[in-house]
Design a protein around this ligand. Sequence first.
Ligand code: MG
Length: 170
Amino acid sequence: MFDKKVAKLLNQQINKELYSGYLYLDMNNYFQARGLDGFANWYYIQAQEERDHAMLFYQYMQNNDLKVTLGAIDKPDKKFKRDMDVLKAGLEHEQYVTQLINDIYAEANRAKDFRTMQFLDWFIKEQGEEETNARDMISKMELFGSDPKGLYMLNQELKARVYSAPSLVL
Ligand code: MG
């Protein structure tokens, strides 16, 4: 029997990942309006990745014969006045998601649900990378963002990001 609390948290994570995608789409929206197409591209791809994460949780639940309940996705309600607000909100959000993943891991551990722990290992690593990426963005913005040429170069760099499907296959 699958642990009820673990199943509930897995189901909740589908919604949280979709919300993440929604939030990043709003960040794409902000940068698109700013005319910073490289930044917009970076957040667009980020949104795609979050939808992938949601589908991995969805698929994992179905593979384990767990009932999925889909709920409403909150609207992104963060207000961005400056570019840096977006970057900082991104890091804050990833730290929050790391906590969510850790909480599911802790419940799976309590329930001796080793299969779910192994599934979550990929997300533990992924969250480390997400936080590093978000911090790198902030550092680069602090170093180069206040100078128009620097901002242009940074935008060009972020324009080069391409989408790749998650390495975890279920
Ligand atoms: Mg995610």
